[in-house]
Write a protein that binds this ligand. Structure first.
Ligand code: F0G
Length: 430
């Protein structure tokens, strides 16, 4: 059977970790860790066939878009209980207007909003909570801008674990908070930013014996990397030119890169798509760091963006993500909140809804095509990370003013008033 171990990512260290308990940082140098495998040799062709066949199976592990690819996750033993909510298997959706607006480019959406709790976090969470269950963990914790917490709350409930989440006070959307409460999580509102809440949690987690499920936990990355296998399978194993993701704590970009690297090493693909990360202009530490060529992270102390999911000033995984951009020849761009709103509106014209952070990807593609960094007519996969209903406050703020978009009218309950109102609106071309 394949063997798994954790290893420090720092070039100067790179040591394997010996502890039986999960640590999130290297015991020798404090660097980030990743899960590595000595894979058993296998034939990509027969594995592709097996993965495809599992789609027809009724078994929950086969139907999960993460565990269907379990040969890529051999940290799980035959007796481990898999904690799954049938995550993954998310659709590819073609675009017309959005691809034209952003390029023209050949733009396809991988919509992660159809996951059980409405975001891509479910892919990582099923892996991480499965791992935690195998270690007999009782309390899991995370700091979050909202989606990690909803996801953790759901999977912890399923596993019979207590879930504790640290969120910045009044900085996460009501819908995400409601999800976590609904799943019975304990919500600690602390600090004004995600970075503050995360820093406090990291300091207290050890003494409270909390098992941390933020994306510095390398098992989160293991689940999230399977998006690449699923996406490539849906594309008949033809890699796109670019994969574009929004960047917050930079776990997702790291996971996609790890997935690509393993699939290349294992002989599933030849060509490697460039990974592109888009940040919001008010919360763009990674963009600034790369632009300055700095060896140290240039944090943003008071991150500010309406795309609250990615309002992060000190991304924990920035070194992993930098390595991926270097390896794939990718880059990072930064877009304003206005550009994000415009992109979200154009996606809506294609009938595609998402949360604001997700729309940053399309805004970023447009900017990169205009600056010549991405070529016109390129084949682009944009990952939309969260569901439209994750942040309805945002939509109501931007969309419901009668003067601006004439989309919402209050009408007296009689036919004359209705006729008048409708004629008035319909006379103006949409
Ligand atoms: N998009 C959405 C909808 C998110 O919720 C997040 C992160 C990202 C993009 C960025 O992904 O952190 O892997 O770079 N949300 C985290 C949370 C931080 O707590 O839910 P990343």
């Amino acid at each position: 059977m394949a063997s798994a171990f954790s290893q420090c990512i720092e070039e100067a260290c790179g040591r394997r970790q010996e502890s039986k308990k999960d640590a999130h940082l290297c015991a020798y140098c404090g660097g980030l860790l990743e899960v590595k495998y000595e894979f058993d040799p296998f034939d990509p062709e027969s594995l592709r066939f097996a993965w495809h066949q599992r789609r027809l199976s009724g078994e929950p592990v086969d139907r999960s878009g993460v565990w269907r690819f379990r040969e890529l996750l051999p940290f799980v033993g035959p007796d481990d209980r898999i904690i799954s909510l049938s995550e993954g298997s998310t659709p590819l959706v073609g675009t017309r207007r959005a691809g034209w607006w952003a390029g023209p480019v050949h733009l396809t959406i991988k919509h992660q909003g159809t996951n059980p709790t409405g975001s891509f976090k479910d892919l990582g969470m099923t892996a991480c909570i499965t791992r935690a269950a195998s270690l007999g963990v009782r309390i899991v914790a995370c700091a979050s801008t909202g989606n990690t917490s909803s996801s953790m709350a759901a999977y912890a409930a399923r596993a019979g674990m207590r879930a504790i989440l640290f969120v910045p006070y009044r900085q996460i959307s009501a819908a995400k908070l409601a999800q976590a409460l609904d799943f019975g999580a304990l919500v600690i509102e602390v600090g004004d930013t995600f970075d503050q809440a995360f820093s406090l949690l990291r300091q207290i987690a050890g003494e409270m014996n909390f098992y941390l499920v933020n994306s510095i936990n390398p098992f989160r990355i293991e689940g999230q990397k399977t998006i690449v296998a699923e996406m490539l399978e849906q594309r008949a194993w033809r890699p796109p030119d670019y994969i574009v993701v929004p960047g917050g704590n930079l776990g997702n970009a790291s996971a996609i890169g790890k997935g690509l690297r393993e699939l290349k090493e294992l002989g599933f693909i030849e060509k490697v798509p460039r990974v592109v990360v888009i940040q919001a202009a008010g919360a763009n530490p990674f963009f600034r760091t790369l632009a300055a060529g700095s060896e140290k992270l240039l944090p943003v102390e008071n991150p500010e963006t309406e795309a609250t999911a990615i309002r992060i000033g000190r991304p924990a995984n920035w070194k992993k993500a930098r390595r991926i951009l270097e390896w794939t020849g990718g880059f990072c761009e930064s877009v304003t909140d206005e550009e994000i709103f415009e992109a979200k509106s154009v996606l809506a014209e294609d009938g595609v809804g998402c949360e604001p952070a997700s729309a940053a990807t399309i805004a970023g593609v447009r900017k990169l095509v205009r600056s010549g960094k991405i070529e016109r007519h390129a084949d682009i996969m944009a990952v939309l990370t969260g569901h439209q209903l994750k942040d309805t406050d945002y939509v109501m703020r931007h969309r419901s003013s009668v003067e601006e978009c004439r989309q919402r009218l209050r009408v007296e309950p009689n036919l004359d008033a209705l006729r008048k109102a409708l004629e008035g609106v319909l006379a103006v071309p949409a």
